[in-house]
Structure formats: C-alpha cells, structure tokens
Write a protein that binds this ligand. Structure first.
Ligand code: FAD
Length: 262
C-alpha cells in the first residue's frame, strides 16, 4: 500500500492582515486562520493518487493546538490520519528548524512513498520547506508538479509532469518522492456531511518534543534557528505622480518647465 504524507499549514488570512507601521508587527488579532490555499490542491493530488492506485494519506502540521482545525478540514475530504506537532519548544522556528521538526515527527511514526507540499505559504512564502523536507526524507524532489501518473508500486517508479517557464517536463522518478504543487489539475475538494462528521470524531496524534525519539533539542525552535528577523516594515511607496493639464499644450509645457526649474 502506498504511504502518502501531506504537509499542510494553518495560515492567517493575509488579505485581512495589516502591519502596525510603528512597530512593524503584524496585527493578527481578529484575523481568521485558514488552510494554506495550495496545500488543499496538494491534498487533492494525494487523494487522486489514493483513489487510482490505493494508499493511505497521513496529514502533518506543525503549529499551535488550534491548527487541529485544518487537519480536521483535510480529514473531512478523505485523508486517513493526522499528526499535529505542537509544543512551545518548537516556537520561533525558522524554516531550517521547522523542516527538521516536521521530518523528525513524521519519520517517528512511519516511512512514506510520496510527500506532498504546497509550493509556498501565503504568510511565510519562503518556498523553502519542500526542498528542505525532500533532503531530510532522502526523497527525490519534483517542484511545480502538474500531473502524477503511471505509479508502479512494485518497481517504486512513477511518471510526473512538471511545469517549466515555457512548457512541461515529463520525468520518471524513483520513490520516495516529494512534490511541491501549485493550483494545478487537482481542484480543491469540498467535504460532504458524512466526511465532516467522520473528521469531527477522528483521533489526531499530537506530538510534543518529548514524544519524538532522538529529537535533538538544539535543532528545534529558537536555538535551532540561524535566521533572525531584526526588523519588519511595510514597503516605502513612491510619491504619487502628478498630471499636468493646463488646458493647452503650450500652457502645460510652460507649467512643466516652471516645475523643473523649481
Ligand atoms: P513554505 O516553504 O512557503 O511552504 C511550502 C509548503 O511547506 C507549504 O505549502 C506546506 O505544504 C509545507 N509547510 C510549511 N509550513 C508547514 C508547517 N508548519 N506544517 C506543515 N507543513 C508546512 N512561525 C511561527 O509560527 N512562529 C514563530 O515564532 C516563527 N518564527 C520565525 C522566525 C524566523 C527567523 C523565520 C525565518 C521564520 C519564523 N516563523 C515562525 C515562520 C516559520 O519558520 C515558517 O512558517 C515555516 O518554516 C514554514 O515556512 P513558510 O511559511 O515560508 O513555508
């Protein structure tokens, strides 16, 4: 049976988020938390693989306890199991520490044939997690995956189309493989009532740092994060332009010359 791991992140709805211009801090109060949009597409790709070839989908997220909500949302459309990696010790993690924590947690539970990620999140938007996780899982990496096909579980191979700037590249890859996905051929699934009821009751495996055997605490959270953010600030916008219309070409040119002299 194919074992599929889907990495999903709970993110603030950035359309509703503002930055405090004085402090540079993001104002998160009252901003709803949602499933990172392209993670829903990645999950749909995993569901399609499961429906076509059989398999089991495990979800994983690292985040605060309320990130459980996005796991239930994904369980409602057909994922089988879910892991929530949650502990204060994981806080203040940069991408290096985050990928180490997620891979350590996932591998403490099972091994995986395919790992699905979104291309990037709408809040952090580094796009670094996919490549880092591929390395940590010892998996081949296909970024910008478009179409997953011809999975041969016995030979541990499959065919993948991936997006290039000007065209499509077809690759034959050996499992395990990690995909990063955008909005592709896998539209977001809408849960039905039965799915929602099942997801509501589903057991979620919650892992703290102590629950992960062999986890190196110097590589998680703040101590494990070499990237520091000294300051955040909104971009400085250029002054708005001026339209000179004095009623005639001559008068407008005269006005412009005056302004240039000034
Ligand atoms: P991307 O690389 O853009 O995401 C690609 C894909 O990876 C996603 O589509 C998803 O499939 C997967 N993915 C990403 N994040 C997760 C996740 N958490 N769980 C499961 N799958 C995931 N964040 C905090 O919440 N608290 C902090 O205190 C904090 N401090 C930070 C300090 C620094 C210096 C930096 C650089 C970042 C900090 N972050 C913090 C952000 C945190 O590191 C990122 O949210 C995280 O590493 C994911 O990066 P990203 O959002 O850019 O994901």
């Amino acid at each position: 049976m194919l074992k599929l791991l889907c990495c999903v992140k709970q993110v603030p709805d950035v359309d509703q988020m503002r930055m405090d211009p004085e402090t540079g801090n993001l104002i998160r109060a009252g901003v709803p938390a949602i499933l990172n949009p392209v993670d829903a597409n990645a999950l749909s790709a995993a569901l399609k693989v499961k429906e076509t070839y059989g398999g089991e989908i495990t979800l994983i997220t690292m985040g605060p306890p309320n990130a459980e909500a996005v796991l239930r949302e994904c369980l409602a459309v057909g994922a089988d199991k879910a892991i929530l990696v949650s502990d204060r010790a994981f806080g203040n993690a940069d991408t290096l520490a985050t990928s180490y924590s997620i891979a350590s947690a996932a591998l403490s539970q099972d091994s995986y044939d395919m790992i699905f990620c979104g291309k990037e999140t709408i809040d952090g938007a580094t796009g670094q997690m996919g490549p880092q996780l591929a390395e940590r899982f010892g998996a081949a990496q296909v970024s910008g995956a478009l179409l997953l096909k011809e999975v041969n579980e016995e030979n541990k191979t499959m065919i993948v189309d991936r997006e290039l700037e000007k065209g499509v590249e077809t690759l034959k890859v050996t499992l395990p493989v990690l995909f990063t996905m955008e909005k592709t051929n896998y539209p977001v699934r809408i849960p039905n009532l039965k799915g929602k009821m099942k997801a509501k009751k589903a057991e979620i495996t919650v892992l703290s740092a102590d629950d992960i055997p062999g986890l190196d605490r110097s590589r998680i959270g703040d101590p494990g994060s070499p990237t520091k953010v000294p300051r955040m600030f909104p971009p400085v916008m250029p002054e708005p332009g001026m339209i000179i219309d004095e009623g005639s070409l001559e008068a407008s040119v005269a006005k412009l010359m005056g302004l240039i002299k000034e």
